[in-house]
Design a protein around this ligand. Sequence first.
Ligand code: COA
Length: 211
Amino acid sequence: MKRIAILGAGGHGKVAADIASLCGYSEIVFLDDNDAVKNCGPYPVIGKNAIANSLGCDLFVAIGNPMVRRNLMEKLESVVTLIHPNAVIAKNVTIGNGVIVMAGAVINPGTSIGEGVIINTCSSVDHDCEIGNYVHVAVGAHIAGSVRIEDSTWIGAGATISNNVNICENSVIGAGAVVVKDIWRPGVYIGIPAREKRKDMHTESISFGRS
Ligand SMILES: CC(C)(COP(=O)(O)OP(=O)(O)OC[C@H]1O[C@@H](n2cnc3c(N)ncnc32)[C@H](O)[C@@H]1OP(=O)(O)O)[C@@H](O)C(=O)NCCC(=O)NCCS
């Protein structure tokens, strides 16, 4: 029997569980540090993240925040990658540990995907891209060919990254943005073409959400 424990019983975890089930895991449980969360969809929360290694089963971290995801993953012993059966992944693609590739996603040849990356629903990463560790390509975002995205950057829903563009680490590309030039300074970039969001527009700290 294939057993997996998913860390993070939120919306992202719910999708991860669905993919795990499609990948043949017949027993799925959740871990979450919030005592109030007792289940995630039909699956039980059986304890806190700290017990993960003692379970002796496959593990997956389903937490949107890249820093939290990285901190947890670095402590875990048997993290797996989950790929939805209806994702399309070319032959010449390398994919790291702890990655999730969701339904309808397309990854084209020559691309490398780092560790702990989220390739979300119906997003695409074209040929010869280099996607760093803990990057999140959100739902419906499109990365054109030969793009380099450094660690922990979040590409928002429906954003487009033009070909041959480099994006530095720890950046946030807002939903619907179109990035046409290299981004060298970590920050929040929005609009078409994407420009750095002014500090005085920032009303509260950015939430990476759970999906
Ligand atoms: C870019 C983003 C991170 C900014 O968040 P924030 O700092 O909390 O920004 P606010 O919501 O306070 O908005 C500040 C201003 O920026 C504008 N703005 C925010 N996001 C924008 C976007 N993606 N494109 C254009 N303008 C945007 C707001 O309309 C607001 O403008 P105003 O001051 O004229 O009213 C966020 O809006 C975003 O796009 N997140 C991506 C969400 C996503 O893709 N989720 C995917 C889950 S799979």
